[in-house]
Write a protein that binds this ligand. Structure first.
Ligand SMILES: Nc1ncnc2c1ncn2[C@@H]1O[C@H](COP(=O)(O)OP(=O)(O)OP(=O)(O)O)[C@@H](O)[C@H]1O
Ligand SMILES: [Mg+2]
Length: 239
């Protein structure tokens, strides 16, 4: 089984502050890998470090065995990594359609119509809201749009930063269901960063726990779900 992504002892800083401490993770092809951690653990930093901002100060980011640590973000995107950043940053004054077009730009609108059909099958709501301004969508719809926009670039690896944040349980179920479906039907490889450990660990084949910028635990999703210390810290009463 080959790794789509591999972080090898990656350290990242904001000025003098170290946010990641020699983090090593592997994301095998066709799998969903999740990284869980509390507020400020460094989850978003890890996602952003993959895209080179902040740039890893030491260690390496490998994509299909190629060192991409020093590449500019647009080149990383062209290689087939897409992200839906924390806080679902859609373009609020643009329509759903225009947001999706922005995502397709990376691949020069290749297979645009076919990709759009797949998106509408996955998120029928976006077809109903196609002409609507993104800023007027509900939180759940904006999250669907943020994921859909990333998918329009036909990624080989999808990075998702807290897609469940601030959403109602039913909407979270829909979003996670869509991620599972994508992975099952198309084999899309996903790195999912979440505070919602319960759902994320159920979805993931492989999981890591990040505490203060450092990995403290790893295993299958089911293994971590069964650990009392994980239950105490991230599950029981925590959400
Ligand atoms: N631009 C920045 N400048 C300085 N420090 C930063 C910056 N961004 C993040 N940090 C710090 O880096 C650490 C990790 O932050 P990060 O956003 O990666 O955490 P997180 O796990 O994503 O948290 P959350 O669950 O709240 O989103 C925190 O201590 C944070 O204060
Ligand atoms: Mg974050």
């Amino acid at each position: 089984m080959s790794n789509v992504l591999e972080l090898d002892r990656v350290s990242s800083f904001y000025g003098p502050i170290q946010a990641l401490r020699e983090v090593s993770i592997e994301v095998p092809e066709n799998q969903i890998v999740t990284l869980i951690g509390a507020n400020g653990a460094g989850k978003s930093t890890l996602m952003m470090t993959i895209f080179g901002d902040p740039r890893a100060r030491s260690g390496r980011v490998m994509y299909y065995g190629e060192d991409i640590t020093g590449l500019p973000a647009y080149q990383i995107a062209r290689k087939g990594i897409a992200q839906s950043p924390e806080g679902r940053r859609v373009f609020p004054r643009m329509s759903v359609e225009e947001n999706l077009l922005m995502g397709a730009q990376v691949v020069d609108y290749r297979d645009y119509a076919a990709n759009l059909r797949k998106i509408f099958t996955l998120f029928p709501r976006l077809e109903e809201r196609f002409g609507q301004r993104a800023g007027t969508l509900s939180g759940g719809e904006q999250q669907m749009l943020a994921i859909a926009r990333a998918l329009m670039s036909m990624p080989k690896l999808l990075l998702l930063d807290e897609p469940s944040l601030g959403l109602a349980p039913l909407v979270i179920k829909q979003i996670f269901g869509a991620i599972r479906e994508l992975n099952r039907e198309t084999g899309l490889t996903v790195l999912l960063v979440e505070q919602n450990a319960n759902q994320a660990l159920r979805l993931a084949q492989r999981a890591y726990v990040l505490v203060n910028g450092q990995l403290t635990m790893q295993g299958t999703g089911a293994e971590l779900l069964a650990k009392p210390e994980i239950r105490a810290a991230y599950l029981e009463g925590a959400h």
